[in-house]
Design a protein around this ligand. Structure first.
Ligand code: GLR
Ligand code: MG
Length: 418
């Protein structure tokens, strides 16, 4: 299948004021939607970041793809390498660790690889998970992704979730999410309140939902000594402790004292990071994310490496739409060594660009769609509306810290604050 055109559409969708170590989510989350249109009319779908710096690179690659055969993934890699060159794409939030040429190449390649696999599957009449080696599982389990949050965006009315800044409100948020989606594992995005208050939040969740695996992720907001104190306080309560402190050296110090495994999507974000992290015994779980680990096949390669070194695998999530969820479900289904329920921001959005129905949560899990390719269809009208929202909202890059300063004038990111 040769490509007639590659259409890249930036989109925006409403996002609540969710708090993290870098600030607060802006009223809209940005994404990009890719359509690879073949000469025979078959289309492959991809989804990734919507920041202008990412779009610039992805647009330059898209322009080079006329005539490219979607079964030629090495050719795609060469094109991405040629076009992106030494460029380092950065984001302002830094929630997925450092930046490098390799991570930029992996991120841009991933968008096109997913769309190519979708197109391949549609041509062959097989789901993407079959192209990745077949199903190790029929459904993929996800965790409830809990956030502290403000009740309303600046100048807007309160949203349905309301303000969540106390243990009681956190339990209420979790109950709503569990009732709606049936999740078992609960993940709290920390790094927002002083660690003692977040520890109290976890204790409240443990009391309200006995038997549910719990995690907390302060995105490196704690100093190693504080992280060790929290790890001791929550020993026997957490299934894993995610990025309590920045960097491999700091994580290794904490890991030595912590009773639970340490997980990361910040200090191991490229294949090159594995060797020093393994040597230092810094991490017990890596959170994969096909969007920056180089696509679905490299995510499987990461899984094999983790298995070889006795490291668990979980999955990271940013705000995303249905094409990304479908890709996550297919790669998770086709990856035997996946040790934990995956993260997803899914419950925090109200609109999408895909036709509803293909991806449903039951008992916290999503069944792998049976249709060809990713098994999801684009809703062209919804895509046009989401693009209109992108043009109207005026946001061109995610900047949680600047938005936070409009709530709290003196705010600085909480990295290693406590
Ligand atoms: O470390 C993580 O799990 C994340 O970075 C997930 C998301 O980016 C989340 O923190 C967010 O969007 O605020
Ligand atoms: Mg994380």
């Amino acid at each position: 299948m040769r490509i007639r055109e590659a259409l890249l559409t930036p989109v925006a969708f409403a996002d609540p004021p969710l708090l993290n170590a870098m600030g607060v989510h802006e009223p809209y989350a940005l994404r990009s939607v890719l359509r690879l249109v073949g000469e025979d009319g078959v289309t492959g779908l991809g989804e990734s970041y919507g920041d202008e710096a990412f779009l610039t690179q992805a647009r330059r690659v898209a322009e080079q793809l006329t005539g490219w055969d979607v079964f030629d993934l090495p050719g795609l890699r060469r094109t991405v390498e040629r076009v992106v060159g030494e460029t380092v794409y950065t984001d302002l939030h830094g929630l997925t660790g450092g930046f490098s040429t390799g991570k930029t190449l992996a991120s841009v390649y991933s968008l096109f690889e997913v769309a190519a696999l979708d197109a391949q599957g549609r041509l062959l009449g097989r789901p993407v998970c079959d192209l990745l080696g077949g199903r190790a599982r029929d459904e993929v389990e996800f965790s409830a992704y809990l956030f502290y949050k403000y009740g309303a965006h600046l100048g807007a009315e309160a949203d349905d979730w309301g303000e969540v800044l106390t243990p009681e409100a956190l339990v209420g948020e979790a109950r709503h999410m569990l009732d709606t989606y049936g999740f078992r594992s609960l993940k709290l995005k920390g790094g927002v309140l002083p660690p003692a208050q977040e520890t109290e939040g976890i204790r409240a969740l443990a009391a309200a939902f006995p038997g549910h695996p719990l995690r907390i992720d302060p995105n490196g907001a704690w100093k190693p000594g504080t992280a060790i104190e929290v790890a001791r306080a929550l020993d026997g309560v957490l299934e894993y402790l995610e990025d309590p402190t920045p960097g491999i050296a700091g994580m290794a110090r904490v890991a030595e004292e912590a009773g639970m495994p340490l997980a990361t999507n910040m200090c191991v974000v490229r294949f090159e990071d594995l060797e020093p992290a393994i040597r230092a015994k810094a991490v017990g779980v890596v959170l994969s994310d096909h969007h920056f680990w180089g696509g679905l096949r490299d995510t499987q390669a990461l899984s094999v490496l983790c298995r070889s070194f006795g490291i668990g695998l979980s999955m990271h999530s940013n705000s995303h739409l249905g094409i990304s969820l479908a890709a996550m479900v297919h790669v998770a289904a086709a990856t035997p060594h996946l040790s934990y329920a995956c993260d997803t921001h899914w419950p925090w959005k109200e609109t999408d660009v895909i036709v509803p129905g293909a991806l449903e949560f039951r008992d916290g899990a999503v069944r792998v769609p049976d249709g060809p390719g990713l098994g999801v269809e684009l809703d062209e009208d919804a895509l046009a509306r989401a693009h209109e929202d992108y043009l109207r909202c005026g946001l061109r890059k995610r900047d949680d810290a600047s938005y936070m300063r409009r709530y709290v004038g003196s705010f600085q990111p909480n990295t290693e604050r406590w």
